[in-house]
Design a protein around this ligand. Sequence first.
Ligand SMILES: Cc1cc2nc3c(=O)[nH]c(=O)nc-3n(C[C@H](O)[C@H](O)[C@H](O)COP(=O)(O)OP(=O)(O)OC[C@H]3O[C@@H](n4cnc5c(N)ncnc54)[C@H](O)[C@@H]3O)c2cc1C
Length: 456
Amino acid sequence: MSDRAQEIYDVVGIGFGPSNLSLAIALEESRGDDPRGGTSALFLERQPSFGWHRNMLLPSATMQISFLKDLATFRNPTSSFSFVAYLHASGRLPRFVNNQDFFPTRQEFHQYLEWAQARVADRVEYGTEVTSIRLPPGTGPERADRLRLRVTDADGRTGRVIEARNVVISTGLVPSLPDGVERDERVWHSSEFLERYRRTNPAELRRVAVVGAGQSAAEITRFLYDELPHAQVWSVIPSYGYVAADDTPFANQIFDPGAVDDYYFGSEQSRGAFWRYHRNTNYSVVDDDVIRDLYRRAYDEDVRGENRLRFLNLTRVTGVKRAGAETRVTLQAGPGGEVRELDFDALVCATGYDAMEPAGLLGDLDRHCLRDESGRYQVERDYRIATAPAMRCGLYLQGGTEHTHGLTSSLLSNIAVRSGEIADSITARRAAAEPGGAVPAEAAAPAAGAGKDTVR
Ligand SMILES: Cc1cc2nc3c(=O)[nH]c(=O)nc-3n(C[C@H](O)[C@H](O)[C@H](O)COP(=O)(O)OP(=O)(O)OC[C@H]3O[C@@H](n4cnc5c(N)ncnc54)[C@H](O)[C@@H]3O)c2cc1C
């Protein structure tokens, strides 16, 4: 791989899911206001084409946010990249309105995202994975005005080097499995569900289990029950029953753009209150209609005297063994409770995700990123990681900022506004760096809400 940098951009985005797609749009829309004619940008995505949680595009699954929380509207209500603009372009606007539903299917939202990405596709490289971000050789952080990225093609062999004045990391959540469980051809994480399911002969799936009590778990349970009329479907949940997501209006305010300031500039105590009182808006909860759908199926079975849909509540998976074609699952009912083993033809772990973690990409550069007393990144209000003060190049996060910016960090709710804030920050810092430019307030001020600085 050549070390010679051939390309330099104002911004390189790592990952091209909805967050960085929204940033590409914000940069595109700010082009007209920029005397320099815009910010040069490139987005790198390892998937071969655009895809947003493709393996969970189950036929009846709906969005968990209003269609108005799209890629642009909350930042620019007149944007030509809005969901309404997409409906208009696809000739469905009147019928969508007749439907009187704020929550489109995930499949329709995916079509919208694909339509939007096609309009900025000249700034995106698919099938390209970023493997590291470093300072250019021979440059210390005190002088660094650019970062060097190593990228490889899908085959992992062909590589090149790209330089960027700013890097926006948006690599998404990381699938998480129960301790001691590893994926194989019949043990799947929900993030690979449809792909795995389609590769399997349905006739071979006579007894399947779904682990987890969140939205994906309930949706997959419902899907398997409907798709496999010959199969037993077991739902293994750690709670007594699925818990409903709170999407009532007052609680929903925690996803408003203004809630980011309340969280960011709030006290430790007020940040704790966000999580204590409002975790049930998003984590380990299920939409009310999906819960009722499943309960209705279980009740109808009772009426018919069938027992295909089974719930193992207060139960956790503690191990999985392969026994020939069978997947032998160890289940424990409560701590110290009864342990038993059951055989399944497939086990689906809808056991959630860990937060985005950029440290692996940053490698040695991570030492120059400031951490708080709990070892978490200090992040400025404009989503820039706080670094050694003289470092002029910027590292921004879209995701992984729950501890500084609150619950919207890994969600779609605030991406339009967040992307606009990041685009504005990059533009303002670039203007400040030009001769006679003023230093933006964020650049001079220490990271608000941050604890004692620690550099690792
Ligand atoms: C099934 C499901 C449904 C959801 N529904 C909703 C919803 O209705 N509302 C809501 O608010 N949130 C929802 N979420 C939360 C979800 O996090 C967001 O919808 C959204 O995916 C966040 O977008 P993102 O761009 O930050 O991350 P992602 O969509 O995860 O995109 C990250 C991208 O980065 C790429 N990537 C990773 N590493 C590299 C690398 N090194 N180099 C190049 N590319 C890389 C990945 O391939 C991926 O395409 C849902 C999550 C799931 C799993």
